[in-house]
Every structure is written in structure tokens, then in C-alpha cells.
Design a protein around this ligand. Structure first.
Ligand SMILES: Nc1ncnc2c1ncn2[C@@H]1O[C@H](COP(=O)(O)OP(=O)(O)OP(=O)(O)O)[C@@H](O)[C@H]1O
Length: 262
């Protein structure tokens, strides 16, 4: 059972998970997790290595479908629609619920094409002028436009690690997502590039529902307003980030945030 902090104001759920369990073969990696993901706050998932944060995050846009042994039980809804229903268009779902990975993974294409690819395949821009506008808007929103506007034909892989990660965020933004899932997006970055991504998360907050998995308690405290603490596949405690960090209800949460394990 998850302990929910009492002074949590009600929010509208963009996504809502109910009794979600995730298995790899016979092994249960996530055990009956229920949580609502709002648009107006950044939600952080924290917890020791192997507790299931990434597994649960990946279940929110059916990224687990790519792992043959993975199986999801329970329900996950996006705007009240079950994302695991058989008629769900998974490619469209992953545009609505975008994902940014630990290691920046730009396509081996130009900066322009990295951004234009999604809008092209989803038919979100008609003609070159409109596509140019989408590319510029997405790069601006990701705080990268000024750095790359004169080199849009250069390869995305030629950018620095931090720029590549902002390019990946711009790529996610380009298809007009409603939710952005970030799986330790700064773990491969230096402190300056990390600070830029954190600023970007603050800028994007409110426009998209954002969920971030992080190993850094400082990062969770800086970027999120809601925090869920996971341990051994269970969501132990959930609440406002300030409450989780200053007044944890569970000993396991307290031990983790004070660095006693993990
Ligand atoms: N593809 C897979 N096949 C089998 N087991 C897996 C797979 N991916 C993860 N697991 C197992 O599921 C459990 C949860 O892993 P997961 O990567 O979700 O945890 P995590 O909290 O994100 O860890 P970390 O912080 O180290 O990234 C672990 O026991 C892990 O070994």
C-alpha cells in the first residue's frame, strides 16, 4: 500500500495508473502501483537502483512492449482512455507520451531532420514553410535555437552531449506531446549541461505533464513538485516534493533520502 501525504491538493489526472503490476517473465518488477500524473506539476520517481522506476515509467507509453518477456497488468489511462486497449495506435501514443532517455539518442541525421522527422510521419506540418516553423518553435522551446540556427544541416550527433539531450527534448516536443517521460535525462551530462536541462524542465512545466526518473535527490527537489518513492517494486510513498523531503512518513523513505541506502 502506498502512503499518500495528507496535504496533497486534488489535481486533474492527465494520466492515471491503477493497480499496475509489471512482470518480466515470472518476475514481478512492479507491484500494484496506482498514481495520477497531473499536467501542472513535474512528478519525480525516486528510489534505489533496481526498484522499478524505469520499468514503471516505460509502462506509461508502452515502451515495455519492445521487451518480449514484459507483461503489464492493471490499467493506465491517458485522458480517461485505456492505453493498453487493443485498438490503441502505439506509434500515436508514443507521440502523445514522449520519452527522453538516459543517453541522448539523436538520429544520425541533420539537426533539422531530427526535429522534422516526427511531424512529417504524423502529418503535423504541410509544406516546407510550416515544417520550418515547427522546427524553429521546437528548438526555441527546448532552448537550443540560438546555438544551432546557423547549422541546421549539421549532424545531430555532432552536438555536445547536453545539446544532444536538448535536441531529443525538442524532437519530443515537435510532435505536440501531452506528456514527456524522462528517464535519468542528466545522468550522462556535466553539471552545466545538467543545469540547462533543469532550467528547461522548469520552462516546460505546466505546458506538458512531465515525469522524471532521477537518482539525484537534489535534482528531484529542484525540478519536481510531486515525488513518488519506489522500493522493491512498490510505490511506498507519494506526496508533495517538499513533504517527501522534509517530512517522510515511512522509515524506508527517510532512510533513502538521508542517504542511508541506495
Ligand atoms: N528487460 C528486462 N528483463 C528482465 N528483467 C528486467 C529487465 N529490465 C529490468 N529488469 C529488472 O526489473 C527490476 C526493475 O528494474 P528497473 O530498471 O525498472 O529499475 P530502476 O529502479 O529503474 O533501476 P535503476 O535506477 O538502476 O535504473 C530489476 O530487478 C531489473 O533487474
Amino acid at each position: 500500500m502506498t502512503l499518500i501525504h495528507p496535504n496533497l491538493n486534488p489535481t486533474e489526472a492527465k494520466m492515471s495508473a491503477r493497480d499496475v503490476s509489471v512482470f518480466y517473465g515470472d518476475k514481478k518488477a512492479i507491484d500494484e502501483v496506482s498514481i495520477d500524473i497531473p499536467t501542472e506539476y513535474v512528478t519525480a520517481f525516486i528510489g534505489p537502483s533496481g526498484c522499478g522506476k524505469s520499468t514503471f515509467l516505460r509502462s506509461l507509453n508502452r515502451m515495455n512492449d519492445t521487451i518480449p518477456t514484459a507483461r503489464v497488468e492493471g490499467t493506465i489511462e491517458l485522458d480517461g482512455e485505456d492505453i493498453y486497449r487493443s485498438k490503441m495506435d502505439v506509434v500515436h501514443l508514443r507521440a502523445r507520451v514522449g520519452m527522453v532517455f538516459q543517453k541522448p539518442n539523436p538520429f544520425p541525421k541533420s539537426i533539422y531532420d531530427n526535429i522534422a522527422y516526427g511531424p512529417r510521419i504524423h502529418g503535423l506540418a504541410e509544406g516546407k514553410t510550416e515544417l520550418d516553423e515547427v522546427v524553429e518553435r521546437s528548438l526555441r522551446r527546448a532552448g537550443l535555437w540560438e546555438e544551432v540556427k546557423d547549422r541546421l544541416e549539421d549532424s545531430g550527433t555532432a552536438l555536445s552531449g547536453g545539446q544532444q539531450q536538448r535536441l531529443c527534448i525538442a524532437r519530443a516536443i515537435a510532435v505536440d506531446p501531452e506528456v514527456i517521460l524522462m528517464d535519468e535525462p542528466c545522468s550522462a551530462l556535466d553539471p552545466i549541461a545538467t543545469a540547462k536541462i533543469e532550467e528547461l524542465i522548469a520552462d516546460l512545466n505546466g505546458r506538458y505533464a512531465i515525469v522524471i526518473v532521477t537518482h539525484s535527490m537534489q535534482q528531484a527537489a529542484r525540478v519536481s513538485q510531486r515525488t513518488a518513492f519506489f522500493h522493491l517494486g512498490k510505490m511506498v510513498e507519494y506526496g508533495r516534493t517538499t513533504d517527501i523531503f522534509t517530512n517522510p512518513l515511512e522509515t524506508r523513505t527517510k532512510d533513502y533520502i538521508t542517504g542511508r541506502y541506495g
